[in-house]
Design a protein around this ligand. Structure first.
Ligand code: ATP
Ligand code: MG
Length: 365
């Protein structure tokens, strides 16, 4: 973090309508996309973020979605989850734009809550399923058309594949073993890459309001009760498919280190069962048959998509995903692709878990 940004943050913090003047403004958390600061006043904590304009060229869209979301949740007497309340600027706007044109926002700090590094037990897994399910239930009466698209094509796997194929056509500069191996894993699976988008285009599955990035890092757990209290990082909330959210959530929460290799990840079936069971209980009757039918494809596709994106970024010189050393994105790609292979090996068990979880909670077409 450059000193310049820290200094700017202090000045920006003062432009928001906080309760009391800020006593400290410090870089906070491990987020990779935005710049995040903890702002502390005498009585309260806040989160200040500078939105990454390279990733989100139109941050105003994010802010209007957040505001819509916040308003929507106030209609529910007991939402069962919390999203961080936006704190307006002193001039009444939702954000502050600095002299460089950067957009900054302030939110309440969710008190007494924190991230988990990994899921340690089945209770935590059930909490994850419950809070994601709760989010989808709450979004069910908010029309996706009312939300702006903040990240066009975010989970459109065929578009990522097209870009990758373009790179292959131009000739991979680095044809050493690991790149070649990862490339083969991707190309072997390309025929299935369009499965969700095709169903979406044909209207076989409905668009819904999705979180877009419900990985474990973006769920805050209450430190006292252990309950999942809040979903954060709402920049990617936009019209999408529940499959994106469930695929991403299971990818992130059920991957467990396996074996001695640096990229070995296995998909834990017990965690998957706990998450899906709690999700299905929470959302009872929300998903239709067509959506449930494609959930296994989603569980396989989302880690495939992420692996493909890491590999593409490695080949393009690490432009999108920040790295601290060359080769990190390739390693992350191999990890995701190993997870895909493991998921494929467990297809019948995962399908069984899906059938059991949604047995009593599916809505006929
Ligand atoms: P990512 O790399 O996940 O995309 P990001 O750069 O978009 O991250 P966030 O996930 O929004 O950033 O925030 C970074 C971290 O800051 C979170 O993991 C969490 O620990 C903390 N954090 C963010 N907002 C809040 C909040 N309202 N209350 C408490 N902690 C928060
Ligand atoms: Mg995050």
């Amino acid at each position: 973090m450059s000193k310049g940004t820290d200094e700017v943050a202090v000045g920006i913090a003062n432009r928001f309508a906080l309760v009391g003047p800020p006593q400290s403004v410090e870089p906070y958390g491990d987020g990779l996309i935005n710049r995040t600061f903890l702002v502390v006043t005498e009585t309260l904590g806040y989160i200040l973020q500078r939105i990454n304009r390279t990733v989100f060229p139109e941050p105003e869209r994010i802010m209007s979605n957040l505001s819509l979301l916040q308003g929507h949740l106030t209609h529910h007497a007991e939402p069962g989850l919390r999203i961080p309340a936006l704190i307006p600027a002193r001039d009444g706007r939702l954000f502050v734009r600095d002299e460089q044109g950067e957009v900054w926002r302030m939110m309440e700090l969710i008190p007494n809550a924190g991230n988990l590094n990994s899921i340690e037990n089945l209770d935590q897994a059930r909490q994850v399923g419950r809070i994601l399910g709760r989010f989808h239930v709450l979004m069910n009466d908010l029309s996706p058309n009312r939300l702006a698209v903040t990240l066009p094509g975010f989970h459109v796997t065929p578009a990522y594949l097209e870009r990758f194929v373009g790179i292959l056509a131009a000739g991979i500069p680095d044809r050493r073993g690991e790149v070649a191996e990862a490339t083969e894993l991707v190309t072997e699976r390309q025929a299935r890459a369009g499965v969700l988008e095709e169903a979406r285009r044909k209207g076989q599955i409905p668009e819904r309001v999705t979180h877009g990035d419900p990985k474990l890092d973006n769920i805050l757990f209450d430190r006292e009760t252990g309950c999942a209290a809040s979903l954060i990082d709402l920049d990617t909330v936009q019209p999408g498919l529940v499959h994106y959210d469930l695929g991403d959530c299971l990818r992130s929460c059920c991957s467990v280190r396996s074996g001695p290799t640096d990229v070995g990840e296995r998909f834990d079936l017990d965690l998957c069962r706990a998450i899906l069971g709690a999700y299905a209980d929470e959302t009872e009757g929300l998903l239709d048959e067509g959506e449930i039918e494609l959930l296994f494809d989603a569980i396989r596709l989302i880690p495939f998509e992420l692996g493909l994106r890491f590999l593409t970024d490695h080949l393009e010189g690490d432009r999108y995903f920040r790295v601290t050393e060359r080769g990190q994105n390739l390693r992350k790609a191999r990890t995701q692709l190993a997870l895909v292979e493991d998921i494929e090996g467990k297809e019948s068990e995962i399908r069984q878990i899906l059938a059991e979880s949604f047995r009593s909670s599916r809505r006929p077409l």
